[in-house]
Design a protein around this ligand. Structure first.
Ligand code: GUN
Length: 294
């Protein structure tokens, strides 16, 4: 059994990016600039955005945070997006989700210029992903692909079972693993909350990707011997022993499942650190105009 060390892979990839940015700087090329829009005071969102900005500094990117109170109207937010869409200095930006209830997330995502949509949430990027065209792939699925690639895990012809069908993880993951690329070429089964007899599917998976947000959902008897298990769960669970008052729990019972696996991602330190690296990679692609040429 090999533990997939997302933290270590993230460090390697960040060092590579930092070197590339340094060369760009000395060559007079544009230094990537990521902006984040943060609405309200959601604790998790504040932490996520702070971590993204910190990561930008680590690799030498410029970054900006646009903060607004949760009383901002939908129209005001759409105006801000329009300004950033037309700001030539900002290569890519994200609108941290969730947004307050009075703002339609879809409207906001649709307003982002696809060439600056480094979260890969715009339908243009989702459509391009499905058709295997140049696109920004959403950070979590992209981070998982990079982990599979880094460990040279064989995917061709394997049965990949994805549990969870969210727009951000499960749904794109199922498409990416079935495309004719590496990683990919899997036979994919997408399971969700209405799937009957889930264990029948999970126990046949060569590669099991779990993105449910239900701590400890996957038990030892649900996994095949030799499986590759990717745990995307990252739920805050109260933990009085921790200074923060919580610890992060995955969707997989690690102690039961790990002994049966060929590879497994721990929580924390597996998929989590890779999501930010994936966002940085997308921002670098945006600065290089690799995906869209304008
Ligand atoms: N909220 C939870 N995950 C994400 C993400 O990847 N991007 C954005 N913008 N918001 C999120």
């Amino acid at each position: 059994m090999e533990i997939i060390d997302g933290k270590a892979v993230a460090s390697v990839l960040k060092a590579k990016m930092a070197a590339e940015v340094a060369i760009r700087k000395t060559s007079g090329l544009k230094v990537p600039h990521l902006a984040a829009i943060l609405v309200g005071h959601n604790g998790s969102s504040e932490t996520y955005v702070a971590n993204k900005i910190k990561a930008c500094k680590e690799v030498g990117f410029f970054s900006s945070t646009f903060r607004y109170p949760d009383t901002i109207t939908e129209d005001e937010l759409l105006n801000v997006i329009n300004l950033i869409n037309n700001d030539n200095d900002i290569d890519g930006f994200i609108v941290q989700l969730p947004l307050p209830k009075h703002i339609a997330e879809n409207k906001v995502i649709n307003a982002i210029k696809p060439s600056k949509d480094v979260d890969g949430f715009h339908p243009e990027n989702t459509g391009r992903m499905i058709k295997n065209l140049p696109c920004y792939i959403a950070a979590t699925p992209y981070g998982i692909l990079k982990l599979i690639e880094h460990y040279k895990i064989e995917t061709k012809g394997k049965h990949c079972v994805v549990v969870g069908r969210s727009n951000i993880v499960g749904s794109p993951m199922s498409i990416l693993m079935s495309r004719d690329t590496y990683p990919g070429n899997c036979t994919v089964t997408l399971c969700h909350s209405k799937t009957q007899n889930l264990i029948e599917y999970t126990s046949k998976a060569d590669i099991l990707i779990v993105a449910l947000g239900k701590p400890g959902f996957v038990k030892g008897d649900m996994v095949k011997e030799g499986a590759v298990v990717i745990d995307v769960g990252l739920t805050r669970v109260e933990d009085k022993a921790k200074k923060s008052g919580f610890s992060l729990k995955g969707d997989v019972i690690y102690d039961e499942v790990a002994p049966k696996c060929s590879y497994i991602t721990p929580v924390p330190g597996g998929v989590g650190p890779m999501t930010i690296v994936a966002l940085l990679e997308n921002t670098l692609k945006a600065a290089k105009k690799e995906v869209y040429n304008s």
